[in-house]
Design a protein around this ligand. Structure first.
Ligand code: AMX
Length: 471
């Protein structure tokens, strides 16, 4: 779409009823445009008037320790409070579950409503949530060359490799890159094309992920999306679980819970960094997925389930409380990490765990693995607290993710991170779009050598000034 067409579409949207392709994009553009100037002014004011205001010091330990806790970014889309958990656009998980619109008969909100909130910073009405769903429907068709590409891969390729690769290959569709390389864009309008690409990419993710699932685990059958279903329900339908309303609801819940977790986690940060080079959302999202595929990040959920199954096998079923306690003490004593427990930021039970647990109590109270998760939740935190090493003795969302999927027969562990990825792309694309809304520049932190750090420490000990080389 050209700039003129976008401008025309904007003026039309005010008069037209809110239905049909591109109507949603128009409304999102308007919502963002309404606040764009004030956001830019706030950022400029902070930079101009308080540019040298100091936020924090960085220690040697933090530099070597994964820049942990160093405040290096701004994310107005979500914030993780250690004692409260995530707030997305100001709303807690509980508030999101209560206040976002739901499809008739559904227990959990429409992903379209969540995306509206992420992008527009405004709680949607049911009609607005459905507009996103409609826009996604119109943009959901995946080009044939993507399926050809996936078909050409060995069947034992990890599903996250396939998912990331497919997103990367979809870059051919990028309107931002197309316009940018022709020199047609002004900096102030980059975000509109990021939004355009974001809607197109996210629209295709359920189809893409379901294709990978069916190709790998279900004899390569291909199921087309059902136009009567919402985004989340369609994924369930396309992997052959559309007849199970509980699983459909689990998809709605899961895709909401994993959509965003502020800007510092590996997937969000990687995507943000890549997009700061004006790489389009396809490149940025693919980079985010590559980070998500790491065992310390998104892959953790499959480890949690593996550990639980081993635990169950070890006891031949649900253990006695005392026996479990001894087992956990011995695991910890031998230096093992208990998957699903601990968190880099949170210091409470992850509210995303609680949300899934509440659903679990209503739909699978007697499931043996679910009961095991709950027993570990009762027994383990006091032991971790007592040992005093782990900063957060409470479960994170991964302690339950795999168990819920396993219950409904999605037993292919290595696919779980793709489920996470479908959802996380919602947050990633919103972050990338908003980075362009406020005109964030390319990221370029500075690196030092170990020698420099040693010299700095020595200079401080000698009471000398250390002058860092000016690059
Ligand atoms: N079991 C046993 N020991 C643990 C532990 C656990 N679940 N969590 C942390 N510890 C240990 C650490 O290994 C560290 O030991 P060390 O000092 O001997 O190296 C010590 O406790 C302090 O660690 P921390 O500051 O509390 O945690 P962290 O911020 O360094 O790491 C996390 C956070 C999540 C990586 C870690 O708690 C962990 O490995 N948990 C298990 C794996 C897991 O659940 N991952 C999912 C994370 C969520 C996600 O991104 N999807």
């Amino acid at each position: 779409m050209s700039t003129e067409e976008i401008a025309g579409a904007k003026s039309k949207a005010v008069k037209r009823p809110a239905v049909g392709p591109d109507e949603c994009k128009t409304i999102l553009c308007e919502k963002i445009s309404d606040t764009l100037q004030s956001w830019r002014q706030r950022v400029q004011k902070l930079q101009k008037q308080h540019g040298d205001f100091k936020i924090c010091d960085v220690t040697v330990e933090q530099i070597y320790g994964g820049i942990r806790g160093v405040m290096i970014q701004v994310s107005d889309i979500s914030y993780v409070d250690p004692m409260e958990g995530i707030r997305i656009r100001g709303y807690t998980i509980r508030e999101l579950l209560e206040e976002l619109p739901k499809a008739p008969g559904a227990k959990f909100p429409l992903a379209g409503g969540l995306y509206f909130l992420l992008m527009a910073n405004s709680l949607p009405t049911y009609e607005q949530a459905m507009l996103v769903e409609e826009e996604w429907r119109c943009r959901s068709s995946v080009p044939g060359y993507i399926f050809d590409l996936l078909d050409s891969m060995p069947l034992d390729t990890h599903p996250m490799t396939l998912f990331s690769m497919a997103i990367l290959a979809l870059r051919n569709e990028s309107q931002f890159t197309h316009q940018y390389t022709q020199g047609l864009l002004q900096k102030g309008e980059f975000w509109e094309y990021y939004l355009e690409d974001s809607l197109s990419l996210t629209a295709k993710l359920p189809t893409l992920a379901a294709y990978i699932y069916n190709w790998k685990y279900r004899g390569k059958q291909h199921i087309q999306p059902n136009p009567d279903l919402d985004w989340s329900a369609n994924f369930a339908y396309m992997i052959g679980k559309g007849d199970d309303p509980e699983y459909v609801d689990l998809c709605r819940l899961f895709f909401l819970l994993h959509s965003d977790h502020e800007g510092g986690n590996v997937s969000a940060h990687a995507a943000h960094l890549v997009s700061s080079a004006l790489s389009d959302v396809y490149l940025a999202s693919s980079a985010g997925m590559d980070g998500l595929a790491g065992p310390l990040h998104g892959l953790a959920n499959q480890e949690c389930l593996r550990w639980l199954l081993e635990l169950r096998d070890h006891f031949g079923g649900l253990p006695e409380r005392n026996a479990l306690e001894s087992y956990l003490r011995s695991e910890l004593g031998s230096g093992k990490v208990i998957p699903g427990y601990g968190h880099a930021v949170l210091r409470i039970t992850d509210p995303r765990f609680t949300a899934q647990q509440e659903y679990g109590f209503s739909v699978m109270p007697d499931d043996e693995l679910f009961r095991l998760v709950n027993l570990v939740y009762e027994v383990l935190p006091p032991i971790l607290k007592e040992q005093g090493k782990v900063k957060n003795p409470w479960p994170n969302v991964d302690a339950l993710n795999g168990t819920m999927q396993y219950h409904y027969g999605v037993c292919e562990f290595d696919f779980y991170t793709v489920l996470f990825g479908i959802s996380r792309a919602l947050g990633i694309t919103a972050h990338c779009t908003w980075a362009r809304v406020v005109g964030k520049p390319i990221e370029r932190p500075k690196s030092l050598t170990t020698q420099m750090l040693e010299d700095m420490v020595q200079a401080a000990a000698d009471g000398r000034e250390y002058e860092i080389s000016k690059e």
